[in-house]
Ligand binder design. Structure first.
Ligand code: ADP
Ligand code: 5GP
Length: 185
């Protein structure tokens, strides 16, 4: 039997419920380690630096890229996002599971550099429900919502590139399925 993959990538269109599912899972199992990305996006109300993201300006992001400190990075809906390499490598070296919540472009880069990674796609029950969730979250302007929905069409078309698809109908159920894929429960 092959060893369980240690690096898991969770992707899916904006608004599908990635953060909600991961937060639910980590409430039950705080030991599940999630990489904290760097981003040039501004914090949403309630988001704290170093918790949801490391919020950086363009110059700081340029430095992270130039110094090779990011495992992968991408531009998503007008902002840059990247995974700090060191923390991920340290966890993997210790044999501990690592979870990345990143976009399609990032997932492709990880697959390229770490082919043993497990790629999980979180899909919405329907396009209408995705629009409802993204709009209902109330955190973005209509322009940004439109930009994210355009990206969502591209992401949904790439589902077949992933190893597994989970449909986010029930947060509890998807969180349980993801835990099983992580080998935690
Ligand atoms: P993402 O991190 O993928 O951008 P969020 O976790 O912010 O998405 O979820 C977007 C919105 O959808 C939030 O308002 C969240 O409460 C809601 N949501 C998430 N999962 C579900 C679900 N299974 N059923 C109904 N609403 C959901
Ligand atoms: P949001 O602005 O809604 O928090 O995130 C927008 C998108 O960026 C989501 O698809 C999210 O998964 C992705 N994202 C978050 N962090 C990273 C990262 O480090 N790298 C990449 N490539 N995408 C990321």
């Amino acid at each position: 039997m092959s060893e369980r993959p240690r690096l898991t990538v969770l992707s899916g269109p904006s608004g599908v419920g990635k953060s909600t599912v991961v937060a639910h899972m980590r409430k039950q199992f705080p030991e599940v380690w999630l990489s904290v990305s760097a981003t040039t996006r501004h914090p949403r109300p309630g988001e704290r630096d170093g918790v949801q993201y490391h919020f950086v300006d363009n110059e700081q992001f340029d430095k992270l890229v130039a110094n090779g400190e990011l495992l992968e990075w991408a531009v998503f809906a007008g902002n840059r996002y990247g995974t700090p390499r060191q923390a991920v490598v340290e966890k993997l070296d210790k044999g501990e599971p690592v979870l990345l919540e990143i976009d399609l472009q990032g997932a492709r880069q990880v697959k390229e550099s770490m082919p043993e990674a497990q790629l999980v796609f979180l899909a919405p029950p329907s396009w209408e429900e995705l629009v409802r969730r993204l709009t209902g979250r109330g955190t973005e302007s209509q322009d940004v919502i439109d930009e994210r929905l355009a990206a969502a069409r591209i992401e949904l078309a790439a589902e077949a590139e992933f190893d597994t698809t989970l449909v986010n109908t029930s947060v509890e159920q998807v969180a349980a399925e993801l835990l099983a894929l992580l080998g935690v429960a």
